[in-house]
Design a protein around this ligand. Structure first.
Ligand code: AMP
Ligand code: MG
Length: 415
């Protein structure tokens, strides 16, 4: 097959931009994900899109926090009575009983305090014989003890959760306590992950000496799923403008986001920028002053769909995905941004002479003073992805600096 080489696009201002500029351009262009109402059972790990306030006071009644007896005690009383006749029992869920004078009522943890009672003596501190409960001699108790007072955590209508929070175990408990059977969440995007390259062969298929296994699509799909984008499908196209054009046109019709890898460098068969332009995808930038991942490309479709084209080298692809695409998806889901970035200190000095931001895969350890130390796992090339296994992610070293001493504090991005 004779292959027709690409025609180079003309360079504009958005060619070879900085990491920060790339991040900002993506943030500026990304549309907000729509919302949907889902049942509480389906809401786990989704981004909440409504504010939640308290259905009732918490606790909704004066709540006994120990199994024992409820009595009426007062601060003024000096010679406390220590013997009470047991007038009844109050189980959790029952309406409040009334405490008769000089009596006690047995209470269970979680029960409403009987009206007239204000103090719980734990079961371990009493002995009950013939309907008389006697407090252990010398046991000093405080009036009001072991009672969780109505509204002491929060009041009805108080704000409990803000929109933008990721629903995890504690948020589930809050939503249930607030009586929410269903909640508004961000709809996670449908993402198409597309490998491009004549040399790529999927697992399970025979492979020749000149071919390589396609691994980017697997790594990218795994990272997207881990980030909560569950609706991911994988595709593989040859370096063939016709096949790319037809395939991508179809994928644009059925997906919210496209994540491509390969075919965006300066090779003669790197057709993607040209094909994407033909499909009406507006290029926002091409190339970032970074290593690895310099050839990264980003554009928007006429229907406002983000298209990320990552360089094919597996380390570059995964670094670019983690540095740009995953945060972009979180932003689009309207996840409240975490302004405190995770930072770690370099375990050993590093030097980097190129005028580029440098992403260095690291493993983590801890210094004696409790600081988290990052040990670089230097990859052979940006194709040496097997060296990434066991690393937690990478640190970002700024392009303005060349020498990074041990102890240098850098931002960490986790895979
Ligand atoms: P490209 O960006 O297309 O020039 O590809 C750069 C390098 O990454 C080449 O060595 C490709 O074979 C390799 N590569 C591209 N796509 C993949 C993939 N899906 N899985 C593994 N390696 C890939
Ligand atoms: Mg290629």
């Amino acid at each position: 097959m004779t292959k027709v080489p690409t025609t180079r696009p003309t360079e504009t201002d958005n060619f070879r931009i900085s990491v920060t500029e790339a991040e900002q351009l993506i943030a500026k262009n990304l549309p907000a994900a729509p919302t949907a109402t889902v049942s509480l059972a389906e809401a786990n790990q989704h981004i909440l899109r409504e504010a939640i306030s308290a259905e009732r006071d918490q606790p909704p009644f004066h709540r006994a926090t120990m199994d024992g007896i409820a009595i009426a005690a007062s601060e003024a009383q000096t010679d406390e009575t220590t013997r009470f006749s047991v007038a009844g029992i109050q189980a959790a869920g029952q309406a409040a009983a009334t405490l008769p004078p000089d009596c006690c009522i047995e209470v269970m943890t979680g029960a409403v305090m009987p009206s007239g009672a204000n103090t719980v003596i734990p079961i371990e501190r009493i002995a009950v014989t013939n309907g008389i409960a006697e407090i252990e001699p010398g046991y000093a108790f405080k009036p009001g003890q072991f009672v969780h007072r109505r509204g002491s955590d929060h009041h009805q209508g108080d704000p409990l959760l803000s929109a933008g929070i990721r629903i995890g175990p504690p948020e589930m408990a809050v939503l249930a306590a607030a009586g929410k059977a269903s909640v508004q969440v961000s709809v996670t995007p449908k993402v198409a992950v597309i490998s491009t390259g004549d040399e790529l062969v999927d697992v399970g298929l025979p492979i020749s000496d000149s071919q390589i296994r396609s691994s980017n699509d697997r790594a990218i799909a795994a990272a997207l799923q881990q980030a909560g984008a569950n609706d991911v499908s994988r595709y593989s196209y040859k370096d063939d403008p016709e096949q790319l054009r037809n395939g991508l046109r179809q994928l644009l019709a059925t997906n919210d986001i496209l994540v491509l890898s390969g075919g965006v460098s300066m090779g003669k068969y790197d057709y993607l920028p040209q094909v994407l332009a033909e499909l009406g995808i507006r290029v926002i930038f091409h190339k970032i002053t970074q290593r690895p991942g310099l050839p990264m490309w980003f554009g928007m479709s006429t229907d406002n769909q983000p298209v990320f084209a990552l360089p094919g080298n597996p380390v570059s692809a995964l670094v670019c995905l983690t540095r740009y695409v995953l945060p972009a998806i979180q932003q689009s889901l309207q996840a409240s941004s975490n302004s405190t970035h995770e930072q770690v200190a370099l375990a050993q000095p590093l030097n980097f002479d190129a005028e580029l931001s440098w992403f260095v895969p690291v493993t983590l350890g801890y210094a004696a003073d409790g600081r988290t130390l990052a040990t670089p796992r230097l990859t052979n090339t940006s194709g040496d992805f097997c060296a990434l296994s066991g690393t937690v992610g990478f640190i970002e070293l700024p392009r303005e600096t060349n020498d990074f001493p041990a102890g240098y504090v850098a931002r960490l991005f986790r895979w």
